[in-house]
Design a protein around this ligand. Sequence first.
Ligand SMILES: *[C@@H]1O[C@H](CO)[C@@H](O)[C@H](O)[C@H]1NC(C)=O
Ligand SMILES: *[C@@H]1O[C@H](CO)[C@@H](O)[C@H](O)[C@H]1NC(C)=O
Ligand SMILES: *[C@@H]1O[C@H](CO)[C@@H](O)[C@H](O)[C@H]1NC(C)=O
Ligand SMILES: *[C@@H]1O[C@H](CO)[C@@H](O)[C@H](O)[C@H]1NC(C)=O
Length: 460
Amino acid sequence: MASCLWQYRLRILLCVCTPCLLLACLFIYVALAVCLSMTLSISPVRHPVLSTFFKASGTTNVGTMAPYPIKPFWKHKLDKEAHWNLIQQILDRQHNPLLQQRRNDSQTGSDLYNTTSGSEQHREGCFPNYEMIWTLSDFFSLPSQIQRFLISMHCREYPLLIDQPRVCNQTLEKSQDGPPMLLLAIKSQAMNFKNRQAIRQTWGRSGWVKGYSGKGGQVRRVFLLGKNHSGHDPVSVENLREESNKFGDLIMWDFLDTFYNLTLKDILFWGWFSKNCPDTRFVLKGDDDVFVRTPALLDYLNDEEEVRSKKSGNGKVMEDFVVGDVIISALPPRLETNKYFIPESFYEGMYPSYAGGGGVVYSGALVPRLLEVSKRVHLFPIDDVYLGMCLERLGVVPIHHPAFLTFDFPEDESKEPCAHHTILLVHKRSPKEMRKLWAKTIVPSRKCKKVLLRDKLFES
Ligand SMILES: *[C@@H]1O[C@H](CO)[C@@H](O)[C@H](O)[C@H]1NC(C)=O
Ligand SMILES: *[C@@H]1O[C@H](CO)[C@@H](O)[C@H](O)[C@H]1NC(C)=O
Ligand SMILES: *[C@@H]1O[C@H](CO)[C@@H](O)[C@H](O)[C@H]1NC(C)=O
Ligand SMILES: *[C@@H]1O[C@H](CO)[C@@H](O)[C@H](O)[C@H]1NC(C)=O
């Protein structure tokens, strides 16, 4: 009986005291924490004093590399062995702002920073770099276009054969005030006269283009050309000069107009634009077999500009603007029969996010920045990927817009009556189709008038 009572008391004691004990522990813990934090905040916190420039201790200098810290600070082994990655890692390191201190430190090392790696372009022309034959182990087994690209990839300055210095500067209408809103920069080839004519007469008309809903804007047009394959044929250049005199919209550079040379059109165009169109607000860079709903594009761009400037209230809002059909996490195709083939010995890893080259729109303010950064990015044979590489280094993220159909409509959607009223741009269309589509979309039928752009369609 007594032991029973005893057990009963013990149980009561346990029931009452366990929470008490736990509470006491909690109290002690909280008190300690508060005390500690108080003592910490009372004693002056000593932040390490950072100098204006970061100087990594133990930098070292070897051969062709820019200096790097001896201690593991970032990976100093080049982990990609493919040729482009290798030479680009060197350039990236040379332009790493953390390491710029060295430039001020030692004048002797300064020449290290202006080597654009590999052979420098010669003043009086650019000579093929045959060292490439030994640089890539599988050079001889590569397709000849890639071989040609490799031995001339250090050359990026080619003279203009036909220029249009006043395209952005001319006043086409009395009412025009200020520079053009949009420059259409269309990659064409000498023999594609029919495409150019169709574009001139339809979506590429220069002058004031009215929007569907908005006011519209001034539009200008240039075609970007290289030399014809049989470029020694003087007649072809003469023909083009004639065409240029008649329409005032051809720009031609003295390089071979091949697929793997398209990147040259980008960087040479950026230079040309920075010089001749500094105040033009937008650029559409696209192929000569796309169809663009220019009035809708102008509406979209006017809206974007307005929304962005309202949001931030400063004039620099459009500096980072790139929009198109954005492709993310793409891998280079390794099949030699693929048009976009890139050998493993040349490039390793994923592509940065990039907008499909059929048609991409960016702000004029971005162009001088692209031109600057492109000097630090080795030429890459695929032009839209190259733009992606430059954007990545500028920290600019391209905006994906579903109304840019650089891979055409999904399935049979294009046959639907109002399909082309939902797009800004579609690839690819023949000159004949361009004319048909233009006639159909410029004055939309009552049924198609109310159709929304594809992004709005998907939202609802
Ligand atoms: C390096 O660049 C600086 C400034 O652009 C220039 O003055 C200098 O001549 C260049 N050095 C070499 C070796 O190219
Ligand atoms: C370009 O070269 C091809 C092949 O030699 C030729 O047939 C064509 O006429 C040339 N293009 C122009 C615009 O002259
Ligand atoms: C690009 O153009 C240059 C100059 O005309 C030429 O030497 C080179 O072979 C071309 N590259 C390709 C890949 O066609
Ligand atoms: C454009 O025209 C203005 C005056 O009409 C002139 O001052 C300016 O130099 C021209 N710019 C170019 C690139 O020709």
